[in-house]
Design a protein around this ligand. Structure first.
Ligand code: NAD
Ligand code: ZN
Length: 355
């Protein structure tokens, strides 16, 4: 669909499996906001989930919603109170803007803010669009040598920074990452950057485990059909002892069971993967061995660290991008993300007018 310069082509989810490209009005920034000419948007599993199912837990798409929240762009207009950004700056967009007033915001845990507006979490529109308006202080200027794709990847990378912080990873730790999807893989490279000396990764797909190996996993294990206790023993045998912490990134119940069994007494399991609302888990084992189990929800104050990790070369997230499409090819892009065809890991959509 061709678009003239004064239109705002957007990928709008109307209802289950009903994703359409349509022109929408171009939004104008308020005093503390910026208008961003969106450049790169990575497709996340949640975008695909909303498209296929129309909801995630209690978040239900009730009105047409623009998808997309892993975003970078170029500032096209600034509100009159904005001082740290100017037209032409390349930025990464942190998609959740909290209320700044509630107890969670005041405590510095704004990811838990009940009033947060998060791109492409209903009822809020996302960024798969040409122009988007966002709070200026949730936009991070990219150094010249950091690409716009890397800027978009700061979103999943921030999930990993938060997970590794919640896991308490320090220099010399042994870490288990369960699941080698995009989230497991960014946790692998983040754990390494934050000091883990040895990282083991599990999955049920050999293709994904190969990527984990290429990204530096010391050991990869295909756990399909394997008993959790046996796998925990295999990991401890390989490392010489159990892991200090485990980052669960699959959401599978059997994987969370492995996470508990594989973690040393006094260690920590962080749950990133979203699975069934209820699970049967070896809670008594966790209790008797004082294995802490902690939730992870998005990220808080992680974008600056994620950006530094990329800008300094401590992590390389570029290999995660396997497929590229234009905004006009959004449906094709979502189909690739849904099926994982061609070894898809991160599917990137270019929203610029002149690709
Ligand atoms: P993904 O579906 O691409 O990856 C999940 C991986 O887990 C796949 O490679 C799959 O083969 C593997 N897997 C399935 N069963 C397994 C098992 N028993 N053991 C080990 N691996 C197994 O998804 P993703 O984009 O990488 O996201 C991972 C999870 O993280 C999803 O559940 C997603 O909803 C969740 N997530 C949570 C947050 C948060 O804030 N907590 C943020 C982003 C994503
Ligand atoms: Zn708040």
């Amino acid at each position: 669909m061709p678009s003239s310069p004064d239109t705002n082509l957007s990928a709008v989810l109307y209802s289950i499996k009903n994703l359409r490209l349509e022109e929408r009005p171009i939004p104008q920034p308020g005093p503390h906001e910026v208008q961003v000419a969106i450049q790169k948007v990575g497709i996340c599993g949640s975008d695909v989930h909303y498209w296929q199912r129309g909801c995630i837990g209690d978040f239900v798409v009730k009105a047409p919603m623009v998808l997309g929240h892993e975003t970078s762009g170029v500032i096209s207009a600034v509100g009159d109170k904005v001082t740290h950004l100017k037209q032409g700056d390349r930025v990464a967009i942190e998609p959740g803007v909290p209320c700044r007033r509630c107890e969670y915001c005041k405590e510095g845990r704004y990811n838990l803010c009940p009033h947060i507006t998060f791109c492409a979490t209903p009822p809020y529109h996302g960024t798969l669009t040409r122009y988007y308006v966002h709070a200026a202080d949730f936009c991070y200027k990219l150094p010249d040598h950091v690409s716009l794709e890397e800027g978009a990847l700061l979103e999943p990378l921030s999930v990993a920074v938060h997970a590794c912080r919640r896991a308490g990873i320090v220099l010399g730790n042994y870490v288990l990452v369960c699941g080698a999807g995009p989230i497991g893989l960014v946790n692998l490279v983040s754990a390494r950057a934050m000091g883990a000396s040895r990282v083991v990764v599990t999955d049920i797909s050999d293709d994904r485990l190969k990527v984990a190996k290429d990204l530096g996993a010391d050991l990869t294990i295909n756990v399909s059909g394997k008993d959790a206790k046996t796998t925990a023993a295999t990991i401890a045998e390989f490392l010489g002892r159990p892991v200090d912490c485990t980052i669960e990134c699959s959401g599978a119940e059997t994987s969370t069971t492995l996470a508990i069994f594989a973690t040393k007494s006094g260690g920590c399991v962080v749950l990133v993967g979203m699975g069934a609302p209820e699970s049967k888990l070896p809670i008594m084992d966790a209790l008797c061995r004082e294995v802490d189990i902690r939730g992870v929800f998005r990220y808080v104050n992680c974008y600056p660290a994620a950006l530094e990790m990329v800008a300094s070369g401590r992590v390389n997230v570029k290999p995660l991008v396997t497929h590229r499409y234009s905004l006009e090819q959004t449906l094709e892009a979502f189909e690739t993300a849904r099926t994982g065809a061609g070894g898809a890991i991160k599917v990137m959509i270019d929203c610029s007018r002149n690709q």
